[in-house]
Design a protein around this ligand. Structure first.
Ligand code: ARG
Length: 471
């Protein structure tokens, strides 16, 4: 077995790592996607070293040029990644050193521990913006579908039993609300990531006269007034993985929302409901049963949500009980967040694509919402307005439902004589409550599914999501 002496840390070793150890410990197979961020960090760090007199301007310029060349090579897919150099940092550094002798001075006053912490914070800032854009696109897809079906009513469900009528737009806008909280959560994770750990060194900073604020500003770790934001404890900075966990948590929760959407759409698309037709482009067939149209995209959405929760759990367990500061366990922090990022981006796009091609079966929705039992609560309210205490009214309408069941007729068809026997106040115009349109119009309060309110909400979201501007 060839045992190469390790170029970067191999000074005290008599032989290099075993081939098996290299295969076990390499991270370049997955952390290479941090290359653009690692290069940015290298540029900022070398600029800072020059500023404080640890690199000459020509050395800095040669390093910058070499890094630009490597970046271009990577972008073209022509860079050779070598597991012998463990990770993204050492691959880039050794390639740079081959081109630029001064690169041997680049790793001054820093460690891979603060380097990786800085790279990933740049990654998280990027990832939060990318996800935020996809969340917005999905919200717009919801609003568009809700607008196209603004007049469609369906039964709302609790316990998956028919409860009360709602506008389908109201149901769809519930998801827009969830997604808005997701959007805010990713903005908060972005802000949390926006603090520069570079200069923390391996654990205890450096004896060299570095300028941390300078590197922070170069890398965009600044507040709204352009002031540098740097971490304030070197030990925390190199061992902290909170932002990983917060990011994975935001992904997991967004995934939970998408999974509930998936379940709603799967139910609605079933023959039993048939409220909605999902687009062929996001469904598949069965290899055995020719008639099948399966909502696979939605099932995958539900399944991926489990994966996002698993990634969060992996990170929490990994960090739990780790002594300060950096431990190599932490190298395993990257696959879960990369996976959550990739899968959530895809899931958000798939959800938007599915909604974009979905069509409501208006006839089926109308038939389902015509169930007068959905307005039983309205009848209790009608009694309340006539002075009956709600508990008593609830009881009376419940008894009326029992009578209807016994007679085998719909609720409004219970004869006056029977109704009056159930409760003395059940006389006169009590059947007006079964006029669905009237009932919906009465739901005027904030957060309710009445038509005027829903129209106002659609307008509000249109504004918030800048939907008119993009048209
Ligand atoms: N590849 C490492 C990681 O992802 C970089 C930090 C390595 N530090 C060390 N002391 N071995 O965590």
């Amino acid at each position: 077995m060839v045992k190469h002496k390790q170029a970067t840390w191999g000074g005290r070793f008599s032989e290099g790592p075993a081939e098996l150890m290299l295969r076990y410990s390499e991270s370049v197979s997955f952390d290479r996607r941090l290359a653009p961020f690692d290069i940015a960090v290298n540029k900022a760090h070398s600029a800072m070293l020059c500023k404080v007199g640890l690199l000459t301007p020509p050395e800095r310029d040669a390093i910058h040029q070499g890094l630009d060349e490597i970046a271009a090579q990577i972008a073209r897919g022509e860079f050779t990644w070598d597991t012998q150099f463990e990770d993204v940092h050492m691959n880039i550094e050794q390639a740079l050193t081959k081109r630029v002798p001064a690169a041997a001075r680049l790793h001054t006053a820093r460690s891979r521990n603060d380097q990786i912490a800085t790279d990933v914070r740049l990654f998280f800032k990027h990832a939060c913006v990318e996800i935020g854009e996809r969340v917005r696109a999905l919200q717009r897809a919801f609003v568009a579908l809700a607008e196209a079906n603004a007049d469609v009513l369906i039964p709302g469900y609790t316990h998956l039993q028919r409860a009360q009528p709602v506008a389908v737009a109201h149901h769809l806008l519930a998801y827009v609300e969830m997604l808005e909280r997701d959007f805010e959560r990713f903005a908060a994770v972005h802000d949390r990531a926006n603090v520069c750990p570079l200069g923390s060194g391996a654990i205890a900073g450096t004896t060299l006269p570095i300028d941390r604020e300078f590197t922070a500003k170069e890398l965009g770790f600044v507040d709204s007034k352009g002031r540098a934001r740097v971490t304030t404890n070197s030990m925390d900075a190199v061992s902290d993985r909170d932002v990983f966990i917060e990011f994975a948590s935001a992904c997991a929760l967004a995934g939970v929302h998408l999974s509930r959407l998936a379940e709603d759409l799967i139910l609605w698309a079933s023959a039993e409901f048939r409220f909605i037709e999902l687009p062929d482009a996001f469904c598949t067939g069965s290899s055995l049963m020719p008639q099948k149209k399966n909502p696979d995209a939605m099932e995958l959405l539900r399944g991926k949500s489990a994966r996002l929760q698993g990634n969060l759990a992996s990170l929490l367990v990994m960090v739990k009980g780790l002594p300060l500061t950096y431990n190599r366990d932490l190298q395993e922090d990257k696959p879960p967040v990369f996976d959550s990022f990739d899968q959530l981006c895809l899931s958000l796009e798939v959800a938007a694509g599915t909604l974009g091609g979905a069509e409501f079966h208006r006839d089926r929705c109308a038939a389902a919402v015509a169930d007068p039992a959905l307005l039983a609560t309205d009848l209790a309210d009608w009694l309340v307005l006539r002075g009956v205490p709600f508990r008593e009214a609830h009881h009376a309408v419940g008894a009326l439902v029992g009578v209807a069941e016994k007679l085998g007729c719909p609720l409004p068809e219970v004869p006056d004589s029977a109704a009056k026997k159930v409760h003395a106040a059940l006389v006169g115009e009590w059947r007006v409550v079964f006029d669905l349109e009237r009932g919906m119009k009465q739901r005027t309060g904030v957060g309710m599914p009445g038509p005027a309110r829903v129209r106002a909400e659609l307008k509000r979201w249109r504004r918030t999501l800048e939907m008119d501007a993009t048209r």
